[in-house]
Design a protein around this ligand. Structure first.
Ligand SMILES: NC(=O)c1ccc[n+]([C@@H]2O[C@H](COP(=O)([O-])OP(=O)(O)OC[C@H]3O[C@@H](n4cnc5c(N)ncnc54)[C@H](OP(=O)(O)O)[C@@H]3O)[C@@H](O)[C@H]2O)c1
Length: 351
């Protein structure tokens, strides 16, 4: 069998700061389009790859976590959408479209097929949206945005009509959907983001009631007070750090904080402390961390509801698509400087 070109992105070595393009290496190798003897699985052609904050957690030398680190020198692994080229696993056929953990390369041999999900194609929903809007994973460590927003908002935040909701990293893959779900639920919603362009999108495209640029607010607690003079009922926290600290000061009695992610802390060797935790007591605030895969039983319901809302044009979903595998390292690094506007996707091949 003739070997074909296989472009790849390798992880160079463990890091202690925010990821940089140079922490990964692009190379052109080869692949044989057949399953090697002795292996069971599927050989896939990768079409779209997802850039997610959790990949940073796999770049540190820390083994005592639910998520193992990458091996230096190996191909970066992340969530993707792929076409099955060859299979000796009876659960799949050549031509199937699947989503699941795959390599940052053109062709990947996947042996853990129990982690793959077959995609039911719907021509009204772009295929790449299965990484963002409709994204879910059966793995703890593949955290996908759409289902995260859905489970986090409805299950952790216990929202009620008319409540005041604050969302950070609001223009990102998770945040844009949380805000729209909250609006559909009848809530007042304000988002924070790091550029004027994102603030405009939040107000004009995603339908938030208001939004502000946290980078232009030296007094974050004061800014929140301006947007929530009567306090916040629900804070959907994607960033942690100073924003969480300021939100704690602005919560209402019996408010809820969904601790979804703390991207501001991902790249710090020593995490910042939170000073205002004492507010949990007089305000009787419930603060709860969650992982989307805790709620897998809700996934079929989520697919139907969010798919319908999208097709009925009651929600929108924005992607930031980068062309070619070569763009993947810079695209991942961009998540940590806020360069993405919406869900970060790398298109390896459109077919
Ligand atoms: N619990 C779960 O199951 C689960 C699942 C998926 C994701 N997550 C978490 O959810 C959060 C959002 O993920 P996502 O996929 O939607 O990412 P994203 O929001 O699309 O991208 C990350 C954004 O975070 C903001 N950011 C980066 N560094 C920051 C900092 N130091 N301080 C404040 N904001 C910063 C940037 O936007 P700005 O321009 O606004 O700065 C950046 O665009 C992450 O914390 C992630 O780890 C959790």
């Amino acid at each position: 069998m003739e070997a074909v070109r296989n472009k790849q992105v390798l992880f160079r070595g463990f890091i202690t700061a925010a990821p940089k393009e140079t922490d990964m290496e692009f190379r052109v190798g080869t692949a044989e389009l057949r399953i090697p003897e002795g292996f069971k699985g599927v050989l896939v052609k990768n079409l779209y790859l997802s850039c997610d904050p959790f990949l940073r957690s796999r770049m540190r030398e820390f083994y005592n976590s639910y998520i193992p680190p990458f091996t230096p020198g190996s191909v970066v692994e992340g969530f993707g959408i792929s076409r099955v080229v060859e299979t000796n696993d009876e659960g799949f056929r050549p031509g199937d479209l699947v989503s699941g953990l795959t390599g940052w390369e053109e062709y990947t041999l996947i042996t853990s097929t129990d982690r793959l999900r077959k995609i039911q194609v719907d021509e009204k929903i772009p295929l790449s949206h299965h990484l963002g809007l409709l994204g879910q994973s059966q793995l703890n460590h593949a955290r996908m945005p759409g289902f995260t927003a859905y489970a986090g908002f409805y299950e952790v935040c216990s929202p009620k009509k008319g409540e005041r909701v604050f969302v950070s990293a609001a223009c990102g893959a998770v945040g844009q959907l949380v805000g729209q779900l909250a609006k559909l639920h009848g809530c007042y919603v304000v988002g924070s983001a790091g550029t004027k362009q994102k603030v405009d999108l939040l107000k004009n495209k995603f339908g938030f009631d208001d939004a502000f640029n946290y980078k232009e607010e030296p007094d974050l607690a004061g800014a929140m007070k301006r947007y929530f003079p009567d306090g916040i009922d629900i804070y959907f926290d994607n960033v942690g750090g100073a924003t969480l600290d300021a939100a704690l000061l602005n919560m209402r009695i019996r408010g809820r904080i969904a601790a979804c992610g703390m991207i501001s802390q991902h790249s710090l060797s020593f995490k910042e402390g939170i000073h205002n935790l004492y507010m949990l007591i007089p305000k009787r605030i419930r603060m709860e961390g969650f992982i989307q895969s805790d709620y897998l039983h809700l996934f079929p319901q989520f697919l139907d509801r969010i798919g319908d809302l999208y097709k009925e044009e009651r929600i929108v979903y924005m992607e930031d698509t980068h062309q070619g595998l070569e763009s993947a390292p810079a695209t991942l690094a961009g998540l940590f400087s806020g360069e993405n506007v919406g869900k970060q996707v790398v298109c390896v091949c459109r077919e």
